[in-house]
Design a protein around this ligand. Structure first.
Ligand code: DQA
Length: 144
């Protein structure tokens, strides 16, 4: 049975491509999904790629992941900096987690320097653009 990686994207990432392209690049979320599927296929992984603007929906997906996923890649977007709920859901899950940020959150506003998710992630990739997602897939492939 193929191992499935759940890739979760938080609020406003549906706007990729037209949202501050100087910061987040010109690729759309569909482009990122295609790149992830290509990389995953080469690694013998399946990808379940999702986006939501709603914190509760993201938490529900994390809670359900143990039944259907081998690991999680999450870009929690703005909820990285605010959500104890997402932190707690990931903490309750016994699966490897990689946190991804397209931009370098440490080179931006102070309120982005702390992520509640980092403490419950196996690793964090930030500032490498959308390549962070495929790097995370390679890293997860080693962890699972
Ligand atoms: C982001 C960084 C966050 O600070 C921001 O709120 C986002 C995107 C990134 O991928 O660089 O929406 O997670």
């Amino acid at each position: 049975m193929a191992r499935t990686i759940l890739i979760i994207n938080g609020p406003n990432l549906n706007l990729l491509g037209r949202r501050e392209p100087g910061l987040y690049g010109a690729k759309t979320l569909d482009d990122v999904e295609k790149e992830c599927r290509k990389t995953a296929a080469g690694l013998g992984l399946e990808v379940d790629f999702r986006q939501s603007n709603h914190e509760g929906e993201l938490i529900g997906w994390i809670q359900d992941a143990h039944q259907r996923s081998a690991g999680i890649i999450i870009n929690p977007a703005a909820y990285s900096h605010t959500s104890i709920g997402i932190h707690d859901a990931l903490r309750a899950l016994d699966l490897p987690v990689i946190e991804v940020h397209i931009s370098n959150i440490f080179a931006r506003e102070r309120y982005r320097h702390h992520s509640h998710v980092s403490a419950v992630a196996n690793g964090v990739i930030c500032g490498l653009g959308s390549a962070g997602y495929t790097l995370a897939l390679n890293a997860l492939n080693e962890l699972i």
